[in-house]
Design a protein around this ligand. Structure first.
Ligand code: AMP
Length: 288
């Protein structure tokens, strides 16, 4: 059994963080929804490498789920999560209730504008508004010096970067690389929804992403051709349904026609009933 303290109230977190700060410690924060895996653990280790007192937040945030999404069945595994946090070097877990985070009379939120309309936006209306609102609230509560997010959620990371810049949030943002299973599948709390046969098909997503990135790196600049190959290959995954597969500007996530700047290849695809997302970046390349 781990000995990591768990705070459920905002007051308790504020007190613990204030005490750490008074002792001269640098505060790190890793926001999560729990059901922790090695991807989350790597974020905690990254936070610990650049700060002294790491707060991992565990909160399945209702405002970022749509009405027909998996909020109620989202895995909740607090006991195991405590072990993972302790092993990865976290110093405190903040695991509030929905009532603690959203009192009934609250109605202010963070509006992310058109950034939330690309990629996952159309199929998850309101999702990034919910994400930014909860992240901003967690930043206000923990007041970290540094916060770590995963590259796995590419659009989320970019939107949070913009939110921090646009709203002058005094926190340093770190984006840590996507941690994958040995066969390439990006680790995700939702992978546990996959049946064994779906799980055996899911690594194809990353294989296809890498193949399309390689085509771009080998000189194919035409985004329409690359996207067509991307979609064509993904559609061969049995019992899958493509939500989107797009190659966009790496920063603004807006469509591009040529690979003439850093680009992001992003995919959301249902394998069976489970919606999986993944992405790779195409770094800036020079044309000869
Ligand atoms: P979640 O609990 O899914 O909301 O994710 C919490 C944080 O962990 C987010 O910043 C995610 O981007 C990050 N994360 C999730 N999966 C991975 C992964 N496989 N590798 C790295 N970071 C991840």
């Amino acid at each position: 059994m781990s000995a990591i303290p768990v705070a459920n109230s905002i007051l308790a977190v504020r007190k613990a963080v204030a005490a750490a700060r008074t002792s001269g410690l640098r505060i790190g924060c890793v926001p999560t929804m729990g059901a922790l895996h090695e991807g989350h653990a790597s974020l905690i280790r990254s936070a610990k490498a650049v700060s002294d007192f790491v707060v991992t937040t565990i909160f399945v945030n209702p405002t970022q789920f749509g009405p027909n999404e998996d909020f109620t069945k989202y895995p909740r595994t607090l006991e195991a999560d405590c072990e993972t946090c302790a092993a990865a070097g976290a110093d405190l877990i903040f695991a509030p209730t929905a009532e603690e985070m959203y009192p009934p009379n609250a109605f202010a939120f963070v509006d992310v504008g058109t950034l939330g309309e690309h990629l996952c936006g159309p199929s998850r209306p309101g999702h990034f508004r919910g994400v930014c609102t909860i992240v901003m609230k967690l930043f206000q509560i923990v007041q970290p010096d540094v916060a770590v997010f995963g590259a796995k959620d590419a659009q989320q990371a970019r939107i949070i970067r913009r939110m921090i810049l646009d709203l002058n949030v005094p926190v340093q943002l770190m984006i840590a690389p996507t941690i994958r299973e040995r066969d390439g599948l990006a680790m995700s709390s939702r992978n546990r929804y996959l049946t064994p046969i779906e799980r055996s098909r899911a690594p194809e997503i990353y294989r296809v992403l890498c193949e399309v990135r390689d085509r771009a790196l080998h000189g194919e600049r035409d985004v329409a051709r690359l996207e067509s190959a991307l979609r064509g290959m993904l559609e061969t995954i049995p019992e899958s349904r493509l939500d989107y597969a797009a190659i966009v500007d790496d920063e603004t996530m807006t469509p591009i026609t040529q690979i003439d700047r850093p680009a992001l290849i992003a995919v959301a695809i249902y394998v069976g009933k489970t919606r999986l997302i993944d992405n790779v970046t195409i770094p800036q390349t020079t044309t000869i």
